[in-house]
Structures are given as C-alpha cells and as structure tokens.
Design a protein around this ligand. Structure first.
Ligand SMILES: Cc1cc2nc3c(=O)[nH]c(=O)nc-3n(C[C@H](O)[C@H](O)[C@H](O)COP(=O)(O)O)c2cc1C
Length: 161
C-alpha cells in the first residue's frame, strides 16, 4: 500500500465490528500519529481514553458506530491566539496520521467534532484552555462506505503574480 493509496482509500467508518482493538495496536497508531509536524516541537496533543460511563453520558446518536475504543484528542493550551491556532493545526495532522496508521492495519476511525460542544466539554472535564479536536471511534469496520468524490483541485488553485 502506498501512502497515496492510504490517503485516498481511507474512509470515515460509522459501523464497527465488536472485535476489540489491542492496547498495543492503539499505542502503535498513537506513536505513529505523534510524528505529525508541530511548531517548536511542542507536541500539543493529549489523549483521553473514554470509559463506558463517560461514553454513555456523551450519548452519541449512533454510539460511535459501536466502536470498541473511543478517544478524545485534545489540543494543549497556548500563550497566544496564533499559537493556539498552530496547536489545533498540529493536532489535526496528528489525527490524520492516526487514521492512516489505523487504516494501514485494517482498522477504521469515526472522527466526530461533538467533543468541543459546551455540554460535552463538561462531560469530558476539559478546562477552557483546551480545544477538543475530535472524539474518535476506533475499531474494525463492519461497513466501508463508498468514496465521496472530491472537487478537482485545478478549480481551487489561484496563481499569484
Ligand atoms: C474536523 C472534522 C470533524 C468531523 N466531524 C464529524 C461529525 O461530527 N460527524 C460525522 O458524521 N462526521 C464527521 N467528520 C467526518 C466527515 O464527515 C468525513 O470525513 C467526510 O464525510 C468525508 O468522508 P471520508 O472521511 O470517508 O473521506 C468530521 C471530519 C473532520 C475532519
């Protein structure tokens, strides 16, 4: 599998098998994710492993597709709004890396943005300085949706003088 194959063929998975994800696999994919670019090597990601009680409180409408593992990925506090944006960008790269590493191993990920809603931040116990970049449902896919075609990039390129 080339990197380009992985990028193009990874899909958002919304229905998972019950088969568990081992802690070792999860850690392997998180380690791979941590090679994301990040300014000043500040490694602004933090991860919460969501247990059954917290998961029930989050009350996601599809219960993250029955994913055996649910994580919240946080972006660390920053000194300035500019640095906060940088942290969010770096953590987004971290999540993409994580999804690709999981995909390489045959697993899939459901990235939900619900974690940053005020009521869900409260449930997660996140202080105001943190951003919740995503809640990730992770498991082996029960169903893989068809690719959603992308707009040709040629229509999104502007040449500046
Ligand atoms: C920041 C971010 C937040 C997302 N939040 C949600 C979400 O709350 N619910 C959802 O169903 N999908 C969510 N998605 C997944 C997108 O819907 C999905 O990536 C898009 O439909 C393209 O499908 P693909 O990932 O299979 O290519 C999110 C994706 C990103 C990058």
């Amino acid at each position: 599998m080339t990197i380009t194959d992985a990028i193009k063929n990874r899909r958002t998975i919304k229905s998972f098998k019950r088969e568990p994800i081992t802690e070792n696999d999860l850690l392997t994919w998180l380690e791979a994710a941590s090679y994301a670019p990040n300014h000043r090597m500040n490694e602004p990601w933090e991860v919460l492993v969501i247990g059954p009680e917290t998961r029930a409180k989050l009350n996601h409408k599809k219960d993250f597709g029955g994913a055996p593992v649910v994580l919240a990925v946080l972006s660390k506090p920053a000194a300035t709004p500019f640095e906060r944006d940088e942290n969010i960008m770096a953590v987004s790269c971290f999540v993409q890396n994580f999804m690709l590493a999981a995909y390489e191993a045959g697993a899939g990920v459901y990235w939900s943005s619900m974690g940053n809603l005020p009521q869900n931040r409260d449930i997660l116990g996140v202080t105001p300085e943190y951003d919740v970049i995503g809640i990730l449902g992770i498991g082996y896919p029960e169903e893989v949706p068809a690719v959603k075609p992308r707009t040709p990039m040629a229509s999104k390129i502007t040449h500046l003088a």
